[in-house]
Design a binder for this molecule. Structure first.
Ligand SMILES: [Zn+2]
Length: 339
């Protein structure tokens, strides 16, 4: 396919060339933008046994949050290099399926927009209605594609990028007994937040005990990585149309296993605070600009991603049993829902 190559796509193709024998690849969608065609790739390494656990990494849902795509390409490179020489990683990958969809919305990446080329905010586009009133505009609206956070018209089908993401999750994560999804964003607040469902309601999701248990092993394993603020998304704000709310509820209707979707919301206000000139650049509101800061962000989350990969592979060793689950649930209620 003859496509204009922008930086992230070039990096992805370099990895695909270099590690052709280790990567399974599927072109799941093409997106036309102003006469050019851009690919949406799904790449996989590791086991493809449906009895194994699985983990999926997603990025670029919001086009201008390019750092999400960049941290995933950096992580994929690390993982592929480890798989080349590290016997422990080779064994690990025999027991877990690893899915990458690092550029869900290439049209938004090219255009420098949050939305897809049709003006739809993918993260507001799922058929999910917030239970109480979501924030005006930001929570998702059907007013106009010229305003941010547009959900599309009620009669519209799911946008093609969201539909491709749904198909990837339904075919490659949901059928497994355990799976994690990690969707990388940037832009909200001074902290790096790890959000889990729900976005649509302030009611606790049925798996807060498991989310709490995962948080606990992360904090115990990495006591000096306290910079993540893990919480249900509704603790920050509620929205309509959240893709992961929809996929989480759908999974629970169809399967009896465990599917834990997380969104990493990298706190970009910190980068702006440290380099205030970024405030005057649209790109700079969502991405680190100075080279040393970009490098810092690209390495900052490697430990988390590696932790999640191992946590997926060893999920049966930390998933709380019935007694422990009740304790975790009570702790989770105290921490996240006491108000
Ligand atoms: Zn985002």
């Amino acid at each position: 396919m003859d496509v204009p190559v922008f930086t992230e796509l070039g990096s992805l193709y370099a990895l695909m060339d270099e590690h052709g024998d280790r990567l399974r690849r599927d072109l799941v969608l093409t997106v036309d933008v102003q006469g050019d065609t851009f690919p949406v790739w799904c790449l996989e390494i590791g086991s493809n046994d449906l009895r194994a656990p699985a983990i999926g990494f997603f990025g670029g849902v919001h086009g201008m949050e390019r750092i999400g795509t960049q941290v995933l390409i950096a992580w994929l490179q690390t993982l592929l290099e480890r798989a080349r020489w590290d016997v422990h990683y080779q064994q690990l990958l025999e027991s877990v399926r690893v899915v990458f969809m690092p550029m869900v919305n290439p049209g938004g990446l090219v255009l420098g927009t949050r939305a897809n080329p049709a003006g739809v905010d993918l993260m507001r586009s799922a058929p999910v209605q917030a239970e109480k009133r979501a924030l005006p505009l930001l929570g998702g609206h059907r007013v106009s594609p010229h305003l941010p956070w547009y959900r599309g018209r009620v009669e519209d089908p799911l946008p093609p990028e969201a539909s491709a993401l749904f198909e990837v999750v339904r075919a490659r994560l949901h059928p497994h007994p355990f799976s994690i999804a990690m969707d990388c964003h940037s832009g909200f607040g001074f902290r790096d937040r790890l959000w889990f469902p729900y976005a649509r309601t302030q009611e606790p999701a049925p798996n807060i005990a498991e989310a709490f248990a995962l948080r606990e092993i992360f904090n115990r394993t990495y006591p000096n990585h306290s910079f993540y603020l893990m919480e249900p998304q509704s603790a920050s704000y509620t929205t309509h149309g959240d893709l992961w709310d929809f996929l989480y509820d759908e999974y629970r209707e169809r399967y009896r296993g465990l599917f834990l979707p997380f969104t990493l919301e990298m706190g970009s206000w910190l980068w702006v605070k440290k380099n205030p000139r970024q405030f005057f650049s649209w790109f700079g509101l969502f991405n680190p600009i100075l080279p040393h800061r970009l490098e810092r962000v690209l390495r900052r989350h490697l430990i988390l991603f590696d932790f999640l990969l191992h946590a997926a592979a060893s999920w049966q060793n930390w998933r709380p049993d019935a007694a422990r689950r009740e304790t975790c649930r009570q702790e989770a209620m105290k921490r996240w829902f006491a108000g």
